[in-house]
Design a protein around this ligand. Sequence first.
Ligand code: URA
Length: 433
Amino acid sequence: MRFVDIIEKKKENQVLTDEEIQFFIDGVTNNTIPDYQISALLMAIVFNGMNEHETAKLAQAMRDSGDVIDLSSIEGVKADKHSTGGVGDKTSLALTAMVAACGLKVAKMSGRGLGHTGGTLDKLESIEGMRIDLTDQEFKKQVNEIGLAIIGQTGDLVPADKKLYALRDVTATVDSIPLIASSIMSKKLASGSDTILLDVKYGEGAFMHRVEDAKRLAKAMIAIGKKLGKDTRAMISDMNQPLGNTIGNALEVREAVETVQGHGPEDFTELCLKAGEIMLMQGKLAKDEKQARSMLEEVIRNGKAFEKLCQMVSYQGGKVEQIKNTKLLPQAKYKTIMLSREEGYIKELKALELGILAMELGAGRATVDDNINYAVGLELKAKKGMKIKKSDEICIVYHDSPLTDQWKEKFYKAFIFSDKKVPKTPIVEDILS
Ligand code: URA
């Protein structure tokens, strides 16, 4: 087989065979195809796409390019969830504790944050002593014993994706549904869970800006999951404003704790409950949404969800006192209350800008090598639809160095006001399966 013929075929908008796709991924993994040829094929895929079968074959070949985690020694249905990333997205922390308290097994591998989006591992590491590098054996033992573990990636999962993603990043070939879907799903499939719930975000702070594109991506990923034998479902959720009220690692841990205790922000609580309903149905622990919701509400009410979170933190070496009393989490040196300069209804809260502003305080990484300041971030006091008067508190900024005038100007530009009432939009726009 000659790789140039495969590039030519995709350039001519023809369908690639399974053998050709396997040849491509083998060549990427073994470094036998030069980067310029890989990049040419990627660009041809961006322009001409791939059908469902090609996309599933691509995901499967990528999954098999490295280790595939075997979770069969863990009893019961193992559930996983994945978010396409957003600002203030602490869902994994709260949701996994809720569903695990209902009896679901969650053996989750998470990632770190980059740019305006945060990462679950960084949030967890704001708890002193928290280990995210459990051995394979420790990981499985913990899930068998308490039903929940969240760790960093182990083994050599999907090396083909690492290579492809790095190339896509520098060749303007990221924004292609088959490439994104196969990239995300290959990693989820290699992580070994039985069920996958995808939280596909749309909006200004998300990867997909338009709801229709988020749905197209979700459908492509569901099709891959189905073809490869996994119960895969998706929710389409709103990222036109940050999720919940906090952005920043320790602040988000605090909010996740409040949410599993039943006094979290409305939008974040609703997202966790909707996601939990789907996961409990996927795990066959609930027959419908109604039953699942009452199970979730019960574990929040009776404290079992919070207990599960404490148990996970304790098993992974974290200081549980910081969860029981969140004032013991890292605290920033300064706290500045931002007052509104305008009045009216909040029409937009620019998630992307607020994510970048939090990153600039030190809450996130501009490059992979940057260190994180766990204590800093934003606590929003105003969200979309709220009526605000001049000088009302709209945010508390937690910071370790003085806020510059430039930072403050950018901050105020993230709040867009309207003099007309702004209707609230549902946090979960649709559920697809
Ligand atoms: N996230 C991934 O893991 N892969 C993509 O291609 C895009 C987002």
